[in-house]
Design a protein around this ligand. Structure first.
Ligand code: LCS
Length: 397
């Protein structure tokens, strides 16, 4: 696309990365192949010694389908380079492989997805990497947690599952002054509502399984950021695997074409549900960045252009009441994952964050009674009606 940078977000969702198609195919083709054929031994040798061209699909950039997807997401995140992966976890694993080595320190947010917590707390220390967890909603605590050997600061904002918000701009300055890089997991906000690179982050990682794919039918991950860092991630991507499937790359490319439309509706429905729950007598507390009661509402307002589709809440009566509610919901499905067109509910303490010790969880607000909702793009009234009938059942049958 000509002068792509000057085009609006929606136009880039639709057009970026598209159109490099031989034979004039309107939709980018799925290059369902595992390897590429060379015209000559010389061309092959050049490709394998760092030259351009496609080689073997595990070797970035994979196929032209992957390249189209990466070009589109780079345009949306506003980053110069990117890499696709088989899952968000594979992207995170490549990030830590590329940026940390024995003796280095990772400073990470305490509220993060349970899988990420597991990678950081149980796998990295096996390789001699020090890891510490800090409340990144307080930049002073980030500053206090930095060490001489800190090479990477990692955070999610909004964070899974409490939707805690961290000040990306302020933390990037603190990290950079200490010689560390800042990585931000942008899965909840998506580039539609938040662009961490423009706020000062060095790299963005995202689970494409969520809003990027958008329909709950794939696993994928992506990293976008400064060229040097993304280049360093190519080696772990090649050698540890974690390659995005070609069909998944195509589904992500297609999913992104409607990201702007879906995110608007997710956020509209989520705000309605958050307000409804906050006013409901059976609900103790609602976490949603768009509510004035959210402790980092002002930071969210500063760095996000919308509040997203994720919220969590506690019902009166704790875990038992929460279970009764989830068992009585009819429209919303009880499932992990998020960012699908349909509404999903889950119980972080026993599902997505079960890997965290109870005392660790509770300290950061992931209580036994917390219920997380990924608000879908159905009719808002139908979502509200489902939660209304479910909450009615908490005390009774
Ligand atoms: N980052 C965040 C914020 C996530 O929520 C997840 C997965 C990941 C990274 C990892 O991505 P994946 O490898 O699954 O593509 N979150 C999940 C969740 O909340 N329920 O199921 C998975």
């Amino acid at each position: 696309m000509e002068s792509e940078k000057e085009k609006g977000f929606a136009t880039r969702c639709v057009h970026a990365g598209e159109g490099h198609n031989p034979f004039g195919a309107h939709a980018t083709p799925i290059y369902q192949t595992s390897t590429f054929v060379f015209d000559s031994a010389e061309q092959a040798a050049a490709a394998f010694s760092g030259g351009p061209g496609y080689r073997y699909v595990r070797s970035p950039p994979g196929t032209p389908t992957h390249a189209a997807f990466v070009e589109k997401i780079c345009s949306l995140e506003g980053g110069p380079a990117g890499l696709s992966f088989s899952s968000g976890m594979a992207a995170e694993a490549a990030l830590v492989f590329a940026t940390l080595q024995k003796g280095d320190h990772l400073l990470t947010a305490d509220v993060i997805y349970g899988g990420t917590y597991g990678l950081f707390s149980s796998l990295l220390p096996k390789f001699g990497i020090e890891v510490s967890f800090v409340d990144t909603t307080d930049p002073e605590k980030v500053e206090g947690g930095l060490q001489e050997n800190t090479r990477l600061v990692f955070l999610e904002s909004p964070a899974n599952p409490t939707v805690a918000v961290s000040d990306i701009g302020e933390i990037s300055q603190i990290a950079h002054e200490a010689g560390a890089r800042l990585a931000v997991d942008n899965t909840f906000a998506t580039p539609y509502f938040q662009r961490p690179l423009a706020l000062g982050a060095d790299v963005v990682v995202e689970s494409c399984t969520k809003y990027i794919g958008g329909h709950g039918d794939l696993l994928g991950g992506v990293a976008v950021g400064e060229k040097e860092l993304i280049s360093a991630m190519k080696r772990p991507a090649l050698l540890a695997g974690g390659t995005m499937g070609t069909h998944e790359a195509w589904l992500c490319l297609r999913g992104l074409k409607t990201l702007h439309l879906r995110m608007e509706r997710h956020a509209e429905n989520a705000l309605r549900l958050a307000r409804f729950l906050e006013a409901h007598p059976a609900v103790e507390k609602v976490n949603y960045p768009g509510l004035c009661s959210h402790p980092q509402h002002a930071v969210a307002k500063k760095q996000m252009s919308g509040w997203g589709g994720m919220l969590s809440f506690e019902v009166l009566g704790g875990v038992e009441a929460g279970r009764r509610l989830m068992n009585h919901l009819k429209l919303a499905s009880l499932a992990v994952s998020l960012g699908c067109v349909d509404t999903l509910v889950e119980h972080p303490a026993s599902m997505t964050h079960a890997v965290m010790p109870k005392e660790v969880r509770e300290k950061m607000g992931i209580t036994d009674g917390l219920v997380r909702v990924s608000v879908g793009i159905e009719d808002g009234e139908d979502i509200l009606a489902d939660f209304a009938q479910g909450l009615d059942k908490i005390g009774g049958n």
